[in-house]
Structures are given as C-alpha cells and as structure tokens.
Write a protein that binds this ligand. Structure first.
Ligand code: PAF
Length: 279
C-alpha cells in the first residue's frame, strides 16, 4: 500500500527512519500523470529499493498565470495510477507554503544552459524549477532522481544544480515516452482538441527532418527548413541544433560528439516542447 504524506515534517520523519538501510529513488512531478511519468516510476523501481514520488504544481515556474491556472490537476486519478505502478511513497503537499516554508535562497551560477532556449523564451521558468527541485531534494534526500528527457534542458539544469551544490544525488535522464503516432507524452496534450492533436505531429516531422538531413545540407538551411515545417501547423518559438552538453548552437566548425535538436512551438493556445538526438 502506498504511503501518502501531506507535510514535509511527517515525510522527513518517516524517511529518516528508513534512510541508510534502503536506496531511495525520487520522481518529482506536477501530477496529471501519464505513461511518461509511470515509466520514470518503473525506472526508479528497477534501480532503487524505495520509490518516492511528489505531486506539486509549482507556481514559481510558470511564467504565465493562465498556464498555471489551466494546468490539469486530478490527484485522485494520479494516486490510483501511482498505486498501480508500485510507487511506495507519495508526497502530496496541500499548499505552496508546505513546500516553500524555510526556503533558503541560493544564487547559483549554472552558465549558458539556463539562459538559452526555454530560459530565453520563458523568463524566470528555470529559477522556479531550481527553487522547487532544490527544496524537494532537501526534503526527500534521495540517492537517485529521475527526470524525463522530453524536458531535456530541465534535465541538464537539474543535473548541474545538484553538481554545483555538491548534492550526493545521481540525476538520471529517462527516454521520452511517445504515443503510437510519435507525439511526446505531456500533461499539456490533454488540452489539445482532435485537430490540434493532429497538428501537433508537426514537431515529430520537423525533428525527423532534421535528423534525416543532418550533414546533407548546410546547418542554417536545415534549421530554416525545420522551422518552416513547424510554421505550417503551429507557431514556432525556436528550433535549435545544439551541443547536447553546453546547449551552444553547433556551427559548421564545431566538433560536438553529442548533438540534439530542440524545439518549442504553440498549437493554438498550447505550447509544446520536444527534442531528438541527432548524433
Ligand atoms: O518536470 C516537471 O514536472 C517539473 O518541472 C518538476 C521537475 C516536477 C518541478 O516542478
């Protein structure tokens, strides 16, 4: 039976009674769970003895109030899904203060990876993500933490945060889980109409076009073609081909061994992100 804790005090007390004995895996979420989240729970179960999940819709990471208020919330269904997936512990705080009480503000130097792409297009977003993940890591003190690679930049930012703060937490990225038609699973997909769901396949089209034509045509032309594909069905913000560690855009002269294409585009009101490994 999954244990549910609503306060950080009771969760910390329970965890401190078992920590040391068991390896703890942590999956932080904002709820509205789908197969992508459940695959993180499965990954955590494979690698750890105890799996802790948190559901907390963090207001400080939304740069638009409407995005926060419209974010889908259904904790009863989420609890059932977690229970079935074999999650051991759920942290389900009732209000913002439960998480943010006693926050000690830290200012971190994380470099280029926080300022580009999502950092540039959603001002303040990563400040909010860093604040809440640091607080949650301090509460749960896991050995390993699991994040989906759909939010590839978020994964890099959290990995670097843990390193800079000398946290003894292994931050692991897990494969993107997709619908049969290739659409990356996201809580935001629930807000797409049937027509918008079809239009959302344009992200896949653009990313695959990039992968299939990489090295065959000039980078700038390739990027422009991918942006053009997105424009047919959506309103793209960016399509960038980057070094997968620094997120610096690659040029004809760079010698990156790991390259990723990352994109954000809006289908009607809904903003979606996705990415693909190029090499
Ligand atoms: O990816 C998410 O769902 C959120 O950004 C996270 C990591 C749970 C922090 O609120």
């Amino acid at each position: 039976m999954m244990k549910i804790f609503k306060t950080q005090r009771t969760l910390k007390d329970y965890l401190s009674s078992i920590q040391g004995e068991f390896e703890v895996g942590f999956v932080p979420t904002m709820g509205s769970l789908h197969q992508g989240h459940l695959s993180l729970i499965q990954n955590a179960k494979k690698r750890c003895d105890i799996v802790v999940c948190s559901i907390f819709v963090n207001p400080t990471q939304f740069n638009k109030v409407s995005d926060f208020t419209n974010y889908p919330k259904d904790s009863l269904e989420d609890i059932e899904l977690l229970q079935t997936a074999g999650c051991d512990i759920l942290f389900l705080p009732n209000d913002v203060n439960e998480v943010y009480q006693n926050e000690e503000k830290v200012s971190l130097e994380l470099g280029n990876i926080v300022n580009v792409l999502e950092g540039e297009h959603r001002p303040g977003h990563f400040d909010g993500v860093i604040r809440v993940v640091k607080l949650l890591f301090d509460i749960v003190q896991p050995d390993k933490a699991f994040f989906g690679l759909k939010d590839f930049q978020q994964f890099l930012v959290i990995q670097k945060m843990a390193k800079v703060l000398n946290m003894e937490i292994e931050v692991l990225g897990c494969d993107i889980i997709r619908e049969d038609n290739g659409l990356a699973m996201s809580s935001r997909n629930k807000r797409l109409s049937n027509i918008e769901l079809k239009n959302a396949l344009v992200l896949q089209k653009a990313l695959h076009h990039c992968k299939n034509n990489f090295g065959k045509i000039g980078l700038q032309d390739l990027q422009a073609e991918c942006f053009g594909i997105l424009q047919k069905e959506s309103e793209p913000e960016y399509f960038e081909i980057c070094d997968a560690e620094s997120l610096l855009p690659i040029t004809e002269e760079s010698h990156s061994e790991n390259i990723r294409a990352l994109t954000a585009t809006s289908i009607g009101e809904i903003r979606l992100i996705d990415n693909i490994e190029i090499v």
